[in-house]
Design a binder for this molecule. Sequence first.
Ligand code: AMP
Ligand code: GLY
Length: 413
Amino acid sequence: MKILVIGSGGREHAIAWRLALEGHEIFCLPGNPGTAQVATNQMIDDPDLTVVGPEAPLVAGVVDQYRARGLAIVGPTQQAAQLEASKIYSKEFMRRVGIPTARFLQVESLEKGLAALDQFEYPVVVKTDGLAAGKGVIIGKDRQEAEAAVISLGPRLVIEEFLVGEEVSFIVLSDGKNVVPLEATQDHKAVGDGDTGPNTGGMGAYCDGRILSAGDIGKILDTVIEPAVRATGFTGFLYAGMMMTAGGPKVLEFNVRLGDPETQALMHRVDDDFAGTLARAASGDLKPGELKWKSEPSVCVVMAAAGYPGNVRTGDHITLEEEPPERRLPAGMPAPQDGQLQIFHAGTGIGQRGLETSGGRVLGVTASGADLAGAIANAYAGVEKIYFDGMHYRRDIGRKGLKRWYNLSASGT
Ligand code: AMP
Ligand code: GLY
C-alpha cells in the first residue's frame, strides 16, 4: 500500500518505521529528518490509506475532508475530536454518558474560577479548556498555587479533584463499532526525575504486558471505551488517560489520537500486520482480538532541548554516535542486552553542520529487551551515544514498573 502519515514527531517516525518494515511505501507530511530515512517526506494525492498523528489536523477536520474525497483514513471526525480539543466538552460528555472521572466544576471567568476553589481540597487540579500540548494542567498544592494557576490558565477552565493512583495510557483503535485495544503504556509527564517539575508532552514511556491486569482492562473497556465509542461512533485511535484509583479506573482525559511518546514504545512491540489492521479500521472491518504483540517490553527515553517545556533553544548540533567519557549509565542499571534500538526523531532539522535541534522533544531513544530492566538498559545505552548542548532527559523512565514488579527503588539514579 501507499500510506500517508500526517505529522512530524517521534510518534509519526515510529509509525512510518513500523509500516515501512512491513514493506509498504510510506509518505510523510511534513515528516522530519528521521522519517526521511524510512519514507518520502512529501504529499501524495492518491494514498491507499492515511494515518493522522497529531491532534491539530484532526481538530481541523482532516478526516471529514479525506472521507468526502473517498479516501481511506484512520482518525476521528472533527466533531469527535472535540473530546480532546475542549476539556469542558470532554468532562460534560463523561458526565452525560456516565464515564468515571474526577469530580469537577467548569468555569468561564476568573472570579468563578477563584470562587470554585472553595469546593475542593488540596491538591487541586486546574486545567485550561483548549489544546495545550500537555502543558495546560497545573496541580496546585495549596490555595496560593491554585489561585496562581487559575490566573495563568484561565478564564475557561476545568477545576477538578486530585486523583491518586497509577497513571496508565490506554489506547484503542476503533472502526466506529468494533474496538481493538493496544497494549497499555505508561508515560512520564513531568520534566524531572521522580515526577518533579512542570508537565510536558511526555518525557518517556514504557510498554509491558503487566501494566494492567486482564480484570482492569475489562473494566476500562466496559466503563470507559464501550460507552464512549457507542455514544460517538468514534473512529480512529481513542486514548483514555486513566488513573487507576482505589475506587476503580477513572479517566483523566481523552485524546483522539495515538500518544507520543507512547507510540514509540508501542510500535516496537507490534507483532502483526499493523497496516492491515489500520486499513480494516478505516473500512469498518476490524476483527475483535486482532493485533498481536511481542512479549518483550519496550522503553522510550525522550531527549529534550535546552529550556523544554518552557522557551526552547533550537539550532544545537546533534551527534548521534559519540560517547562522551564523562557520561555513564545511571547507577544501579544492569548492563545492556541485545535488543533493537531505534532513534526516533521529533524536534530535529538539518542545519549547516548537519542534524540539529528544532523543537522541544528532540529524539525518542527506543529499545526493547528480554525484560523491562533489559529494555531500560538498552534504551539508556542508546542515550549515552547521543550528545547535543543543553540536552536533558529523565533517568528514571520505566522505574515505576521495576518498582512494582521487581521491588526496586523508583526514585532512580
Ligand atoms: P491531562 O492533560 O488532563 O491528562 O493532565 C495532564 C496530567 O496531569 C495527567 O497526565 C496527570 O499526570 C495529571 N492530572 C490531570 N488530572 C489529574 C487529576 N484529576 N488528578 C491527578 N493528576 C491529574
Ligand atoms: N504522551 C501524552 C500524549 O500523547 O498526550
